[in-house]
Design a protein around this ligand. Structure first.
Ligand SMILES: Cc1ncc(COP(=O)(O)O)c(C=O)c1O
Length: 504
């Protein structure tokens, strides 16, 4: 007889291991020890979630994985059972059918560790994964990198590997000043702080400007990496709803009046995950609002250069005449993510504070990497590189739009990006949520980013998925969408079978 209290004892709610993994481990060990003999019927996922006071997705995913491993079997209309064969001997786990449990409750599900953990399944061999935020590896200028490393070592020898000043390698700061001036940002090298990727730039700003418990206001949905920073730096993060033009300023103003946030974080161009671009009038209005309430704006411009259609717009920092904007970007997505060169552009008031935090974080960004990127910028390769990349990204976007039209279930909607890497899709609400579809999608060898993960305030985006079309060639994009459609149909079909029987 299955006893949920055994699981209650085993679950460590404060621990690092996601709940659904703990559940898998506990049920598996009880099957192996014989405490749960073959043929035992497990409680319906909804009941077990309620009894254990955990998210239903955790139970659904634990059952699905145990079925794939052969420990459990599902019989539409009867329930989930400990397999007769008993213990993980499924000879062909990927062909095991998953019986999904549909979430008929409309409550929002907080993005939790179990969703993050689920996303790791995308790394399984053979999976066409649309889930990451990476640029395509075939874009990386490997030969130029080799040449630049050799040139730097020949030129500077060991001093390229010594400590660097925290502000950054001076010639690189000048090169960044020249680079951003072409985007309309006028500054001096003294306003440039070199960071370990854009991610570190964002983190430094949070550390320098906010204290524990302070409020950061963002677009909802927003970049997952910022949610991580807010969590680890213990600042409160609040998402304000968005429309096609980005953050809703009426809602933002109400929020500012009620809660006095310390910082506004936005991605005005090719927002991650929605792909939205904030038009010029809203950029100006946002700056007016920020100035009126004297709240600094952190602009994340990492996708600014990834434009393959439409008209380029100035970054917020180019429109900023009061110094209220801190501009963050980097040569990671544009050139080489692994070299980890980012930068912050900011005026005097924040600059010194940021330098102190940077020094405390890691003394300085590696000097060799800074010199290599400096040389690459000086060689003028970036312009041609971006042009080539964007031509290819356009081809891939078009392939994704055709595949979406062909394969996504009726009632799905998506954006038509003019740049960036992402398609932001909303699945029809009469089918599985993005999280419920995920395990079956993995079994069909396709993965995506689950929409819930990008939302603040305990959830939202249950039917949203983010597809990185940029990392795959058109044929794989087509095949990935075909698999996605197969997974969706499979789940819906099983749902329909289960609906005939209320037991599961
Ligand atoms: C919006 C956004 N900001 C920042 C980053 C971090 O970029 P970097 O590799 O420069 O640290 C990413 C990476 O995915 C991103 O999507």
């Amino acid at each position: 007889m299955f006893n949920p209290s055994q699981l209650l004892v085993a679950l460590d709610r404060e621990g690092e291991e996601p709940i659904y993994r703990q559940l898998i481990r506990t049920i598996r060990s009880q099957i192996e020890s014989g405490e749960l003999p073959p043929g035992t019927r497990l409680p319906a996922s909804r009941d077990l979630a309620r009894q254990l006071n955990i998210s239903r997705i955790s139970v659904v995913n634990a059952y699905a994985e145990l079925r794939a491993e052969g420990y459990l079997s599902a019989h539409a209309g009867r329930g989930t059972f400990v397999s007769k064969e008993g213990n993980g001997t499924n000879p062909n786990p990927t062909s095991e059918k998953v019986v999904p449990v549909m979430n008929t409750v409309t409550e929002n599900i907080a993005p939790d560790n179990s969703l993050r953990e689920m996303m790791r399944m995308a790394r399984k061999p053979g999976v066409i994964s649309f889930s990451s935020g990476s640029p395509p590896v075939e874009f990386f200028p490997m030969q130029n990198l080799r040449d630049a490393i050799n040139q730097v070592l020949d030129r500077d020898g060991a001093s390229a590997l010594n400590y660097e000043v925290p502000e950054g390698y001076a010639p690189l700061r000048s090169a960044v000043r020249d680079y951003v001036s072409a985007l309309g940002i006028q500054c001096s090298p003294n306003n440039v702080l070199i960071t370990g990727g854009t991610q570190q730039g964002l983190d430094l700003v949070i550390q320098a400007l906010l204290s524990e418990g302070d409020i950061l206001v963002t677009e909802n949905p927003t970049y997952i990496g910022m949610l991580d920073i807010a969590r680890t730096r213990r600042v409160q993060i609040h998402g304000v709803c968005t429309d096609e033009e980005g953050i809703r300023l009426d809602h933002l103003e109400n929020f500012i009046i009620d809660h006095s946030p310390k910082l506004i974080y936005v991605m005005p161009t090719f927002q991650n995950p929605t792909g939205h671009v904030m038009p010029i009038h809203r950029r100006r209005q946002l700056l007016n609002l920020a100035n009126e309430y004297n709240i600094p704006v952190l602009e994340d411009a990492i996708y600014h250069e990834f434009r393959f259609a439409g008209e380029s717009l100035p970054p917020l920092k180019a429109l900023d005449d009061t110094g209220i904007v801190i501009h963050a970007s980097g040569y990671t997505k544009m050139l080489l993510p692994g070299i980890r060169i980012g930068y912050l552009i900011t005026d005097g008031t924040y600059y010194q504070r940021l330098v102190r935090v940077k020094q405390a974080a890691d003394i300085s960004t590696p000097g060799l990497n800074q010199r290599v990127i400096h040389l690459m910028l000086e060689s003028g390769l970036l312009g041609g590189q971006l042009e080539r990349n964007n031509r290819e990204l356009l081809r891939r976007r078009d392939a994704a739009l055709v595949a979406a039209e062909r394969h996504l279930p009726e009632g799905s909607t998506w954006n038509i990006p003019e740049g960036g890497l992402f398609l932001w899709i909303e699945l029809p609400h009469n089918g599985p949520t993005a999280a419920e579809l995920y395990i079956t999608a993995i079994q069909q060898h396709v993965a995506y980013a689950i929409g819930n993960l990008f939302y603040t305030n305990n959830g939202g985006g249950n039917y949203k998925i983010r597809i990185n079309y940029g990392i795959h060639k058109p044929a794989d994009i087509e095949e990935g969408f075909r698999r996605l459609s197969k997974a969706w149909n499979e789940v819906v079909c099983e749902y329909q079978q289960m609906e005939k029987s209320p037991l599961l």
